[in-house]
Design a protein around this ligand. Structure first.
Ligand code: GLU
Length: 485
């Protein structure tokens, strides 16, 4: 280790959204830093100008902050990116590329894209395991190079990979991984537009930012030999590597957009709690080994270790995420829930000022065991916010009989005597009505539920009545009688 305390970084490319896999990488870096009293750095790798997306950096920062993963060092949203965005560091990469040129570890390549295309075609025909540049420009004479430069022929700068010993990576998660240098391509380090490629910028920045542990997705493992060669050619200390397992769909294929949402923003919009998402993502490839499943961020930071990250891919199970959302929702205090529900009501077609905290809390208590999401307090039990205008057809056919209006009318009459709006009173009153009419209570309860809520499921009927109150109950019954008879 270079320092006593680790320095780690999350280094996303701003593609427009934060992938859940990216959230996991960010989280593991964050947890590792917190656990080991280290520093968590956010660095924006935006050197691929073809993939530039307006607003993507701010969106990334905001999403990470929403999830609670605040960087100790890094850009702030709103354009205050400081030295943590690679497009502002181009001269640094150029300087280091020149250093490699000077040492013979890199060379200029003037090949046209046609030549490179033909080369690839030929190699494909020969069925070579992978396409590689043929070092054509390594053999250019000084005069040839100068002539090209004078004529302003565009060029790239390539890594000059030399034959040598096996490249060995002792990955904290994957163990020892070996690569033969003959399989490593003369990677472009600086593109003809003057921008560095990911490989050069990433290694230079990890060195300059004194990164001790590179924790990133497994898809970068195959790039690591190039990085190790760069560290060696620069004569820099190599950080520790930890490559995180792939995220998989339930059928074992790589997690893809086609099978569901992959953007953290989508989960956020759908109303997943950040606590649930963080908890879920933490368990995608890591476990504390203690059978606990429900964790908060600070507990994770106490328990996390890279040694307990698994090697094999991790299945993204949406049912588990939904369950965690349900559990985390129930762990919220009444005050938190009321304030969250108020926000949710404000976002809906209803007006939050119409409902007191006390009212909302009653709705919450009635529904908390029946919802996975905050929004379901409104969608599943809309009848606490508005009288039903439509009535579930199957329940109507089953429960609304020709004699029902008369029965319900009698019920309304008795409800007039309910004085304190308690569920007990409603229950007594309904029992009395059923006796008076000589019918079973079910003959009243089912149509009553349909009349006041429009649907057949939900919390106990007396609880619903207590919440909406006598007056509203009677009005709804009368209106249902008109509509359904
Ligand atoms: N910019 C790379 C990405 O988008 C970073 C990979 C790394 O962490 O080295 O994932």
């Amino acid at each position: 280790m270079i320092n006593e305390f680790p320095r780690v970084r999350f280094a996303p490319s701003p593609t427009g959204y934060l992938h859940v896999g990216g959230l996991r990488t960010a989280l593991y870096n964050y947890l590792f830093a917190k656990k080991n009293k280290g520093i968590f750095i956010l660095r924006i790798e935006d050197t691929d100008r073809n993939r530039f997306v307006e607003g993507a950096v701010d969106n990334l920062i905001d999403t990470l902050n929403w999830a609670g993963l605040m960087a100790d060092e890094g850009p702030k949203s709103g354009g205050e990116y400081g030295p943590y965005i690679q497009s502002k560091r181009l001269d640094i990469y150029q300087k280091y590329a020149n250093e490699l040129l000077g040492k013979g570890h890199a060379y200029r390549c003037f090949c046209t894209s046609e030549r490179l295309g033909n080369l690839r075609e030929e190699q494909k025909k020969l069925k070579l395991p992978q396409a590689k540049y043929d070092k054509h420009c390594l053999n250019l004479s000084k005069d040839e190079i100068n002539k090209y430069l004078e004529n302003k022929i565009p060029f790239t700068i390539r890594l000059n990979v030399k034959p040598g010993n096996k490249i060995i990576i002792d990955d904290i998660i994957r163990g020892r991984v070996e690569f033969d240098p003959s399989t490593v391509d003369d990677q472009v380090l600086i593109k003809s537009d003057g921008y560095p490629t990911y490989h050069l910028a990433n290694v230079v920045d990890d060195h300059l930012m004194k990164i001790t542990h590179v924790i990133r997705g497994e898809e970068w493992l195959s790039s690591t030999p190039k990085h190790v060669l760069l560290y060696n050619y620069f004569e820099w200390e190599i950080p520790a590597f930890a490559h995180l397992p792939l995220l998989l769909n339930s059928d074992g294929s790589k997690l893809s957009k086609r099978q569901g949402d992959v953007a953290v923003e989508d989960y956020r919009t759908k109303g997943y709690l950040k606590e649930a998402l963080i908890n879920f993502v933490a368990l995608l490839g890591w476990s504390a080994g203690d059978n606990q499943e429900l964790y908060y961020l600070n507990e994770l930071a106490e328990k996390f270790s890279l040694e307990r990250v698994q090697k094999s891919g991790s299945i993204f199970n949406i049912d588990k995420l939904n369950w965690l959302n349900f559990e985390h929702l129930r762990k919220k205090t009444d005050a938190e829930l009321v304030s969250m529900l108020k926000d949710e009501v404000s976002k809906s077609e209803y007006d939050a000022v119409d409902y007191s905290d006390e009212y909302l809390l009653k709705v919450i208590h009635a529904m908390i065991e029946r919802v996975n999401f905050l929004s379901e307090f409104i969608t599943k039990s809309f009848y606490f916010f508005i009288a039903p205008t439509e009535f579930e057809e199957t329940s109507r056919l089953k429960n609304w009989k020709p004699e029902t209006p008369n029965h319900l009318q009698r019920l309304c009459d008795n409800f007039e005597n309910v004085l304190n709006n308690t569920k007990e009173e409603f229950e007594v009153s309904l029992a009395k009505t059923s006796e008076e009419l000589g019918i079973g209570k079910g003959k009243l309860i089912h149509p009553l539920r349909l009349a006041v809520s429009g649907v057949s499921g939900g919390p106990g009927i007396y609880e619903i009545l207590e919440i909406i109150g006598k007056e509203e109950t009677v009005n709804r019954i009368k209106s249902a009688i008109e509509k359904l008879s």
